[in-house]
Design a protein. Structure first.
Length: 91
């Protein structure tokens, strides 16, 4: 797999959590519907001034369990986390 050598092994010291969604439009009817959401984690290593995308996760809806599943994919606990509203993960 191409990405495997760059695959992360644990969460960084600081993370920023965000999500966005993608809609589709039925060309025949003009109806718009939600296709899927992307949950993202942007991370900063200890002492690192430049962050980068740490993880992405696609899901049909955003729920607390989706955030838990994404955040459970790597070991470690960031010391600082920022998040967007309104779909921020809850403890």
């Amino acid at each position: 797999m191409v990405v495997q050598p760059r695959e992360e092994r644990e969460w960084p010291e600081t993370v920023v959590l965000d999500d966005t969604w993608f809609d589709v439009v039925d060309r025949r009817t003009g109806d718009r519907s939600r296709a899927f959401h992307i949950l993202g984690v942007y991370g900063y290593s200890a002492g690192g001034a430049k962050g980068r995308v740490w993880a992405l996760y696609a899901t049909p809806q955003v729920s607390q369990s989706d955030w838990k599943q994404l955040l459970g994919t790597l070991p470690g606990d960031p010391t600082l986390a920022g998040f967007s509203w309104p779909t921020r993960p809850r403890s």
